[in-house]
Design a protein around this ligand. Sequence first.
Ligand code: ZN
Length: 240
Amino acid sequence: MRLEETPSPNHDDRRHKVDLLVLHYTGMETGQAALDRMRDPEAKVSAHYMIWEDGRVARLVEESRRAWHAGVSTWQGDDDLNSRSVGIEIVNGGHDFPLPGKQLPPYPDAQIEAVIELSGQILLRHSIPQVRVVGHSDIAPLRKIDPGEHFPWPRLAQAGIGLWPPEDAGAGCVWMGGDPGGLNRQLAAIGYALADVPAALRAFQRRFLPDAVTGMADARTLRRLAHVAEAYAGTSSPQA
Ligand SMILES: [Zn+2]
């Protein structure tokens, strides 16, 4: 992994030990524009790392410091997620800078390999549980849609970064219906805040059912939700 030191002044003291990894896309026209912004004291934003399309890794903030990437956000009942997380910005134009035809720009292989390598080191270094590897949209569903439905979560999960149970694994599981509290309970069991349930459901789909980001609780979504919630429940629970 090629690490380049590009320090940012935008950080302060942590108020909690690290127990979360947050992945973002930069959502800007170029990586350079994103890097410049995160190093600008006026912008008051940063991340610990930024990963270029070719896999180079820029370090902006030491992991011992609180970088400013998550904003107002919640996961598994915790807030002040900047205090608890390491944040990685991944260079990608995202929804604001699509390819011609409105196609979301792909994440190149070299970039994803670097995301996997760096994330693996971070998870080990801080003993972060798999259920606490999140995208920005997971923790701020009303405000954020990054790293986007084109982010290769299944590939990361295969490499041991985060949970992504394959969809067909739940094919035998039938949604029984008649349990209006079930949807909320399952979203919460994964970690989503319920302040706005349709937004939380869309964030869930963006991550776990990325070809159907509708906000609708249709049968396929409910099956997937039950299956993912079960996978989360069966894995190491977050610390108190
Ligand atoms: Zn973000």
